[in-house]
Design a binder for this molecule. Structure first.
Ligand SMILES: [Zn+2]
Length: 469
């Protein structure tokens, strides 16, 4: 099968031109002006943008958490992703305490089996290194295409690791070629603040933010940066939400250290006051780190513009408001932490980032696709439009208007963080490895189409395994 995408405005992290993209089989074969080729299918992209498929490096699908399980499994979550122009994501495989990493990966792969709509990889989330054999096993994971280790410095009594576990993982990563990712919050201090708030009878959702002050994020971010420096490993700080954690990342990057930071769509748009919405609506915005004071939103825009922060993910971790978030109606600490977002990252960043002049189109592509692909060992198979790259392409209509609503979304949750927001620009057609996955407003592939991608080690390129004839 071959596809010719004609006359679109092709935008990558570096380029911006009107031209044709010729796809032969699963890969991009030729780029140019008025290509003289015949194709099985021709798509007219005039007036539209042709972007590399977006990569979301931070999602949680079918994950047990907070006494329940996220409402989106691989099928519904990836369908939502596809409609939002995301063609590949890296999900978190969480090691249950006492389990081997191999058993955890088997379990997560079996949960995805037959349900995949887009391509995906896994980060391993380390919770328990008490058995010395785990350290040896951890060192072997990059060879299997699992090239990033995630550690939680918060969620005491659940996912949180101590500094010894964090530091040992960093040492292994330095030797094995993995990138270390941290959820940076001081979980011990937060645990004290939560207990004190509850003892004082403070049970409402907005205490979620008041018990996780931004300094606890700043402290943990700086601690992780300094420890990574000692261990000699590269570090990626996930979901940076505030000035207190932007600053240590900016300082580390100024010094040229191997430190990167990510923020998520919601931190640009949802502020701390959303948690005060009446009738328990505030629970919709209980995710971690919490929505912050509004002044942080400009700090984050500035950070993504100046490459202090290098990626925007969704941290999609969806729960129903009615039936799951309500588990914490009488106790904010029992509200499952997480929010939906996989479907609307491009809509929101395109409209408010590019449309309102905060970042360029090239920078948007870099933040949503190219940088995540490079940092997580997917580039140049993913994250760009170039001969030899996977034909993962988003044809985006920059003039089509869309109102974001829960009623119109593909996620199974019953609310949307951006409910009622009107944006200009919508996804028209999505191809993954040369196959139309979304078109005419419909999903065009059967579940099972998506593939697991074995990622390259940190700093290495992912090349197609078989050279083209
Ligand atoms: Zn997360």
């Amino acid at each position: 099968m071959s596809v010719l995408i004609k006359g679109g405005r092709v935008v990558t992290a570096a380029d911006d031109y009107v031209g044709d993209v010729f796809v032969d089989g699963e890969r991009i074969s030729l780029l140019g002006e008025d290509l003289d080729v015949t194709a099985d299918t021709t798509i007219d992209a005039s007036g539209k943008l042709v972007l590399p498929g977006l990569v979301d490096p931070h999602t949680h699908l079918d994950m047990p958490f907070g006494g329940t399980t996220t409402i989106d499994d691989v099928q519904s979550g990836q369908t939502a992703a596809a409609f939002g122009g995301t063609t590949c994501h890296v999900d978190f495989c969480i090691q249950p305490q006492g389990s081997t990493f191999a058993a955890a990966l088997d379990e997560w792969r079996s949960k995805a089996s037959g349900k995949q709509v887009i391509d995906m990889g896994y980060h391993i989330a380390i919770t328990d290194l008490s058995d010395p054999e785990r350290l040896e096993e951890l060192a072997t994971l990059p060879e299997q295409g699992v090239t990033s280790y995630k550690l939680f410095m918060a969620y005491k009594g659940a996912l949180q690791v101590d500094d010894e576990t964090l530091f040992r993982s960093m040492e292994v990563a330095a030797a094995s070629g993995a990138l270390v990712m941290v959820h940076a919050e001081n979980g011990d201090a937060i645990d004290v603040l939560v207990k004190q708030a509850l003892a004082a009878g403070h049970t409402a959702p907005h205490y979620h933010a008041l018990t996780r002050p931004p300094e606890t994020e700043g402290e943990a971010t700086n601690r992780a940066i300094q420890l990574a420096r000692v261990a000699g490993c590269p570090l990626y700080v996930v979901h940076v939400s505030c000035k207190e954690s932007v600053e240590p990342i900016a300082l580390a990057r100024e010094k040229g250290w191997d430190v990167w930071g990510e923020t998520c769509t919601q931190y640009f748009f949802v502020d701390q006051t959303f948690l005060e919405r009446p009738n328990f609506e505030g629970a919709k915005y209980v995710y971690t780190p919490p929505p912050r004071a509004k002044a942080n939103q400009d700090v984050l825009w500035n950070a993504v513009r100046t490459d202090v922060l290098s990626a925007i993910s969704t941290d999609h971790c969806s729960f129903l408001w009615d039936g799951q978030k309500t588990l914490g109606r009488d106790d904010f600490s029992k509200i499952p932490n997480g929010g939906p977002g996989l479907e609307n990252r491009l809509h929101m960043i395109h409209h408010f980032g590019v449309g309102e002049g905060r970042i360029t189109l090239n920078r948007m592509v870099e933040l949503l696709s190219t940088n995540p692909a490079k940092l997580f060992g997917l580039y140049p198979r993913k994250g760009t439009i170039a001969p030899g790259s996977d034909a993962d392409l988003v044809i985006f209509d920059p003039t089509r208007r869309k109102t974001i609503t829960a009623a119109g979304q593909h996620s199974k949750t019953d609310y949307n963080l951006y409910e009622g927001t009107e944006v200009t620009g919508d996804v028209d057609t999505v191809l993954i490895r040369g196959t139309v996955v979304v078109g005419d407003g419909e999903l065009k592939v059967e579940p099972g189409f998506g593939e697991f991608v074995a990622r390259a080690k940190f700093g290495e390129e992912l090349r197609p395994a078989v050279a083209r004839a």
